[in-house]
Design a binder for this molecule. Structure first.
Ligand code: GAF
Length: 374
């Protein structure tokens, strides 16, 4: 693209991906989540171009496109919608965004359940907020990015990913109450264990996968329980007793979805206690239990993720494992003793290759800070 010849970025932003320790699919059910940003990130370089309303976006090593701020509409090219969605949401809040040039570079594996989508949305919104001095708060950036995903990407996602990308603090996970948005940073110390991600390389597209269907099934469960418990607004307010009392009025599928969410919310709070006490065994067990629910009740796993979690169970040096993120592939999160990381990586890679003929990607992550200027 032509702007690259004279590109003198005024601002560089690092926007991280995230892992979620536990609390999967609980965010849009107004429950609890426990994510953190990681070191892998998307880097945005930005300059004003003085053109008034023309914006040029170039994704390094990939492709670029130009747009006019007076004519924003949904694109047929999926990744462009992350940019367009953010600009559309910003235009509802301010008229201070003018023409700009931007390069985007990522070391965050796409479609791997590490939320490259939120990193894209939040990084751009954060960068434009700085570049044009928009005065938006971090929480406004989080919320507008979530709305961009709803309206332009088409996934009715919760708020976890955008929140984690912007609000994380190095060395901590975030306990977020997705109803009130109250949050606490919880320090994590799992020494001598490490967080090892295994990327199944199975691509998932949340919008086209069953994500939105899961949301509807949960809403159906709430509507059924509401008949006996008019005060409940979401699955976050539902108890096991309420669910059992309404079991015969819902399908087995809806019952299973609700059952998972009710247990998963409890597991988040138990995980926080386990972190506070450094009860490593409990941390591991909660991960295995959560994966069981993800696979058998919520049914958002896949054979590749199940295989890797089962493989982890055969290794005494792995405390726990589960698929992280929206589901249907992506990464499993594993808590592995530091002395066993190399062997685990090799053995998992060999076993995975033999079974699925896919080259596994294994990497360590550390709880890192949120979106920032670098
Ligand atoms: C995706 C969504 F974007 C999040 O909001 C969350 O629901 C997650 O799946 C599942 O926990 O990453």
């Amino acid at each position: 693209m032509q702007f690259l010849e004279n590109f003198k970025p005024e601002l560089t932003i690092a926007s991280p991906g995230r892992i979620n320790f536990i609390g999967e699919h609980t965010d849009y059910n107004m429950g609890y989540v426990l994510p953190t940003a990681i070191g892998n990130k998307i880097t945005f370089k930005l300059q004003k171009n003085g053109s008034g309303d023309v914006c040029n976006i170039y994704s390094v090593g990939y492709e670029g496109f130009s747009l006019n701020l007076n004519n924003i509409s949904i694109s047929a090219t999926e990744w462009e919608n992350y940019v367009l969605g953010v600009l559309n949401e910003l235009s509802k809040l301010t008229d201070k965004v003018k023409g700009f040039d931007c390069t985007i570079e990522s070391d965050l594996p796409l479609g791997s359940g590490l939320s490259s989508s939120a990193a894209m949305e939040c990084g751009l919104a954060y960068g434009l907020n700085e570049l044009f001095d928009l005065g938006l708060s971090k929480i406004t950036i989080v919320e507008l990015s979530q709305r961009a995903e709803h309206s332009y990407v088409g996934t009715q996602c919760g708020i976890m990913d955008q929140f984690a990308s912007v609000m994380s603090k190095e060395g901590n996970v975030i306990l977020l109450d997705c109803e009130s948005l109250a949050y606490q940073h919880i320090p994590i110390d799992i020494y001598p264990y490490k967080i090892i991600m295994l990327n199944t390389k199975v691509e998932h597209t949340l919008a086209s996968s069953e994500y939105n269907t899961r949301k509807q099934e949960c809403e159906e469960g709430v509507a059924t329980m509401k008949k006996r418990n008019p005060h409940i607004k979401s699955l976050r307010d539902a108890t096991r007793d309420m669910l059992e009392a309404s079991k015969n009025e819902m399908t087995q599928t809806v019952y299973n979805r609700c059952s998972f969410i009710i247990d998963e919310n409890k597991r988040v709070l138990e995980m926080v206690e386990a972190f506070k006490k450094k009860d490593l065994k409990a941390i591991g067990n909660l991960l295995y239990k959560a994966h069981h629910g993800i696979s058998k009740l919520y049914e958002v796993s896949c054979p590749e993720s199940d295989f890797l979690v089962d493989f982890a169970k055969t290794n005494a040096e792995v405390l726990g494992a589960r698929q992280t993120g929206g589901g249907f592939g992506g990464c499993t999160l594993n808590i592995v003793h530091e002395d066993a990381v190399e062997d685990f990586r090799k053995e998992a890679t060999n076993a995975y290759k033999k079974t699925f003929n896919i080259d596994l990607e294994a990497f360590e992550v550390q709880p890192s800070g949120g979106t920032s200027i670098i």
